[in-house]
Design a protein around this ligand. Sequence first.
Ligand code: FAD
Length: 431
Amino acid sequence: MKNYSYWLDTIDYDFFKSSELPKNLDVLIVGFGYTGLNAAIQIAKEGRFVCVIDKNDFGDGCSSKNGGQISNLLKPSLEILTKKYGFEKATQIRSEGTNALNWLLGFIKSENFKCDLKKDGRFHGAHTPEEYDKLAYQSQNLFTKEGIETYVVSKKDQKNEINTELYHGGIVFPQHASLNPGKYHLELIKKAMKLGVQVIPKCEMRDFRKINEEFNITTSNGIVKSRHLVIATNGYTSNVTPWLNRRNIPIGSYVIATEELAEDYIKSLFPSNRHITDTCRVIYYFRPSPDNKRILFGGRVSSKEISLLKSGPLLMKDLTRVFPSLSNVKISYSWMGYVSYSFDQLPHIGHDNGIFYSMGYCGSGIALSSYLGMKLGKKVINKKDNMTAFDDLIFPTRPFYNGRPWFLPALVELYKFRDSWEMNKYINRDQ
Ligand SMILES: Cc1cc2nc3c(=O)[nH]c(=O)nc-3n(C[C@H](O)[C@H](O)[C@H](O)COP(=O)(O)OP(=O)(O)OC[C@H]3O[C@@H](n4cnc5c(N)ncnc54)[C@H](O)[C@@H]3O)c2cc1C
């Protein structure tokens, strides 16, 4: 079992080497995931001298190891946001999900990025009959109130979407898409470098001070002066930026890829070739690999962070609950990464004391981090169309919270217990 992301074995990133850190810059961006690189591309297009540093190597942040499922949904529903912000603002916030998806699809097309992008749609399975009823109700509202297209699939018709008895029907989001995240990440790096952006791996920002109108930034590779500082560290945010650290809830998400299987067999499990999620509180996400040879299955397997040796078999056990016929299949890859949640489950973009940031995509960040990264870049150079519906939202924290989510194990434990209890109730009844 390889303990790195499957996607890394589908790309060639040997060309990508370290370079010397410049002494003076217009903009230093910390974090070379989708947020940082999309910001860099916008800024470099305007002829500014930009450098993007990352404390890790290519393949270590979320952006090259996620599930590759692209959604247009934000976590809080329109109803929840309406209670807090009123209908008009809530609608604007929710629309940003669709703006992000559409922008990303257009961007990948216009740049001709080769990243196995497919508009294959997503099936969202109900883990109980009650959840199915809720989905059917939501489906109507999503279309009438938000123009988001979905269709309901009954348990009887479910076999056309996914060959499992576990779910009680579900809904399909036909606009949702998928890609190879490693390929997309690499295309972004290449595009940024073509525009003259210096992208430096294994260079950690350790400290910074603002002196007059300039930042003095200490990194593991030396000191650099920059007019602007952009923090794009998402789930890897640390106490180097304490204000952001107090607002970021890092949560580990774990994935496996199976050994190669017969393509026909995979097709029989995923007849519509869509990617899948479900209504469990601790959600699972899975899909066939773009070449249809493996199954990738991800989720939160335990209440605490655990080793990849342990998470792999636990995920496999959950995968065989969906597809019992996979019980003798081996795992080829097991990996994990940290996503960033916020206390209000919304992404946040803006600036604090001259530092620009965007983060908190709550596990659905491919479209949001790309789109908000682009907007962030425009904010740094003060371009006209830089506004988003998130701009005036307060980025919340909690008293005494210091970036270590001590409350998470208990919450995950409780949620997983309830998910299993609810699912087992129907499994036992059906047997
Ligand atoms: C296992 C997993 C599965 C996921 N699946 C999906 C999915 O299917 N669909 C979806 O939409 N989203 C998914 N996500 C979320 C998505 O990948 C992220 O939201 C997105 O990649 C965030 O991009 P980013 O650029 O903001 O952060 P990242 O890509 O995480 O980049 C942040 C970078 O900051 C660097 N950094 C931190 N501190 C410093 C410092 N002091 N100095 C220098 N560098 C620093 C880190 O090394 C890291 O590389 C998943 C995430 C994970 C982990």
